[in-house]
Design a protein around this ligand. Structure first.
Ligand SMILES: *Cc1c(COP(=O)(O)O)cnc(C)c1O
Length: 512
């Protein structure tokens, strides 16, 4: 496995694990308890608070522990607006924010908050001017991420902070992808609220923090009520082991920041270079200069996202395609950059990390180059041009569908073979069938498809099924296809496409 998905989560640093172990093994004690063991746990929590604050140039009492950045973002946005009151309040944020910001803001919007959703430029950047132009007299909060988790684009938060401070507007920054990667100094950058997550910087999953400025004081209404922990801002027993690991991870991140940033930038450029040299039709999703070290996001023209992802084997990357996310929609971040559904779906995010080597980068590049080249051949470059010669998917062989790959179908059919297509040329699914006839009987069939792996499997199966049949013998429904290939409900459209293609072929055959 080559792991290039560090923007999704990072491996736990061994030293962070060591800092956690005592609190999972032989030590017991609630940090809120007033006895020796409780005090020991509290000391560990406060030590970690210092370590997190040091990474940010903050004061320890400005760090509020949370369960992660999702909670920190919810607390910052809902807490600040609830404290201020929603009536007559305005908020500025961007369409490219993390879901936990977007959905927190949407929730408040449904309750009456006025919101300006900034659209980034084609390179994913939100400008200072854009933010300033969106401000209104009643703007209470601006929420803008430091580094975008999909594109790696760095927003100008350092330039914005003093301008918002001058105007008395609270500034919240989701710094999950910036912390430990870019220098952050909150002692001279007047950001009021800043979110962190431990598992994006080699700490454990399930813990994060919200920086809440003391001077001038950013005020929040708590979102979790209970024992009044964390100065009343976030109740709940503190997970000593998680916090100890988070603190240690921040200490290590601060130590390695400069050197690791330069190393990852070089590796990212090497990866981009390799791919761009070998493959035409590549689009950089992001900014060529204003970008964080380890993230590279590219769209690949003429391939379909799900098939691309499925053909990468044990290369762990993220994709903007349907089945990569719980929502099954093309990435809204890439859509906001102006990418159409097809290109947004056919994108890969490579995120490099501490363990990534140049040999891994080279292997990953080669694997992607091979996969894209193969899929482009199958899809005929995704164009609607006539199919000559037809190319089959025998080279496309994921374990699940390998059984359907038949090299015998890979030979090109002669000119004059009958061709029929289904699916719209602009659609996400297309299938073409081609048949060579002798005395009205199909002696050889071939197929070509643009779509998910199930679409490809339908094409492969149909080509075999067609051989030996005559025009009158092409009775095949989508239900038959679904039964034969065990196609699930959510892929029913692939079977319908197969039925349409067979019908179209039959029509062509009876005309011939
Ligand atoms: C991962 C991530 C989050 C959410 O963090 P969790 O700790 O997993 O809840 C928020 N914002 C950004 C930019 C992220 O990358």
């Amino acid at each position: 496995m080559i792991y290039l998905d560090h923007a999704a989560t990072t491996p736990l640093d061994p030293a962070a694990l060591q800092a956690m172990l005592p609190w999972l093994q032989d030590r017991v004690g609630n940090p809120a308890s007033d006895h020796a063991w409780g005090r020991a746990a509290r000391a560990a929590v406060e030590h970690a608070r210092n370590q997190v604050a040091t990474l940010l140039g903050a004061q320890p009492e400005e760090i509020v522990w949370t369960s992660g950045a999702t909670e920190a973002n919810n607390l910052a946005i809902k807490g600040a607006l609830e404290f201020r009151g929603l009536r007559g309040a305005h908020l500025v944020t961007a369409r490219t924010e993390h879901k936990s910001v977007v959905d927190s803001v949407r929730q408040l919007e449904s309750q009456g908050l006025r919101v300006t959703w900034l659209k980034p430029d084609a390179q994913g950047l939100i400008s200072v001017e854009q933010v300033l132009a969106a401000l209104a007299p009643d703007t209470a909060l601006v929420s803008l991420m430091w580094v975008n988790n999909e594109t790696g684009v760095i927003n100008p938060v350092e330039a914005l902070a003093p301008l918002l401070r001058e105007r008395g507007i609270l500034f919240h920054v989701d710094a999950v992808q910036a912390a430990g990667k870019l220098p952050i100094d909150l002692s001279c950058t007047p950001i009021d609220l800043l979110s962190l997550s431990a598992h994006k910087l080699y700490g454990p999953q399930g813990v994060g923090a919200l920086f809440v400025r003391k001077r001038p004081r950013a005020r929040l209404s708590p979102q979790l009520h209970g024992g009044g922990h964390e100065q009343g801002m976030r109740s709940g027993t503190l997970p000593t082991h998680q916090i100890a690991g988070f603190g240690e991870a921040c200490r290590i991140a601060a130590e390695q920041l400069a050197g690791e940033g330069a190393r990852l930038s070089a590796l990212r450029d090497r990866l981009q270079q390799r791919l761009q040299t070998a493959l035409p039709g590549l689009y950089l999703n992001g900014h060529p200069q204003s970008r964080a070290p380890g993230i590279l996001n590219l769209s690949f023209e003429g391939v379909e996202g799900e098939s691309l992802r499925a053909s990468l084997g044990d290369l762990a990357v993220s994709s903007g395609s349907a089945c990569s996310s719980a929502t099954r929609e093309p990435s809204y971040v890439l859509r906001a950059l102006g990418r159409d559904d097809e290109l947004a779906g056919a994108s890969l995010r490579f995120s490099l990390g501490r363990g990534t080597t140049s040999a891994e980068v080279d292997q990953a590049a080669q694997r992607v180059i091979d996969a894209v080249a193969t899929l482009r051949r199958i899809a005929g470059s995704g164009t609607a041009a006539p199919v000559t010669p037809p190319i089959n998917a025998h080279a496309y062989a994921t374990p699940v569908w390998a059984a359907f790959s038949n090299p015998a179908h890979a030979t090109a059919l002669p000119e004059g073979a009958i061709t029929a297509a289904a699916g719209s040329p602009a659609g996400a699914l297309r299938l073409r069938l081609q048949a060579e006839l002798q005395d009205g009987r199909i002696v050889r069939a071939a197929w070509q498809a643009y779509g998910c792996p199930v679409t490809l499997a339908v094409g492969e199966w149909l080509a075999a099924w067609l051989e030996g049949r005559r025009a009158g013998e092409l009775r095949l429904t989508a239900a038959d296809l679904r039964a034969a290939l065990e196609i699930s409900d959510d892929k029913a459209q692939c079977a319908l496409l197969g039925e349409d293609a067979v019908l179209a072929l039959e029509r062509q055959m009876s005309l011939a």
